[in-house]
Design a protein around this ligand. Sequence first.
Ligand code: DO4
Ligand code: MG
Length: 273
Amino acid sequence: MRFRSPSGVQIGSVVEEGGRTFLSGTDGVRVEFVDSQTLALPDPYELLLPVEPPEVWCSGVTYERSRDARVEESGSDVYARVYEADRPELFLKDAQCRRTVGPGRPIAVRSDAAWNVPEPEIGVVLGEGLEIVGYTIGNDVSSRDIEGANPLYLPQAKVFAGACALGPAVYVPDDWDAPLELELRIEDVDGSELFSGSVSTASMKRGFADLVSWLVRDNPVPPGSVLLTGTGLVPPDAFTLLPGHVVEIHVAEIGTLRNPVVHASDLLERSSR
Ligand code: DO4
Ligand code: MG
């Protein structure tokens, strides 16, 4: 994890001791988490992006639920075809973290979109040799009406200020093949629940290593980049994400990525990492 402490930005890891969970930082700082499930820190400590990926890539239509939602919204069979094809859908989501925020920071919806959703996804973190070195949580915030109008609008549906969140930690599993369960909860301004759901990576059509092998083929992806691996959770069609909502994505092994929603234009002036 990366975090801000009164003495500056530090790297830390999660340690358990006597039934309590601490963040242990590189300069010897030791802070007890407010909540060991979410990895929330007490003031004045602040969680930051767990890594600052030079590039964030996404794969899409890796779950049946995503395929069905895209086919319906667009009336196009390209999504059904890519779901079955050997070659996956891959697209560049961000570079230099210009559109990517960490835990607690605002994600955003576009002013020219009327149908927006969060997309909870496992992010694989790539090491020096572009091997998978850990897992984090990602939110591939998307505009379904823009994407549905024409598949060629995909970059506009996917790439804008506040379109991506990552965190709170990078998890290095003992068993790289063990499935992970993603839980999504969307709250209204007053904290009431608008949507919740869960999905397991066991129901993915493709494996993480296969997605990475396609991504790095003839492509100079910089080490430290993150590949989001697709969403298997799509809220009902009547739902749209709005400023004031809060999106929470929980994976037991990684913690909780919680972000409030604002207008994308509100983020353009600010540095939001
Ligand atoms: O082409 C649509 C994007 C699909 C996507 O981002 C996903 O399945 O997660
Ligand atoms: Mg996605």
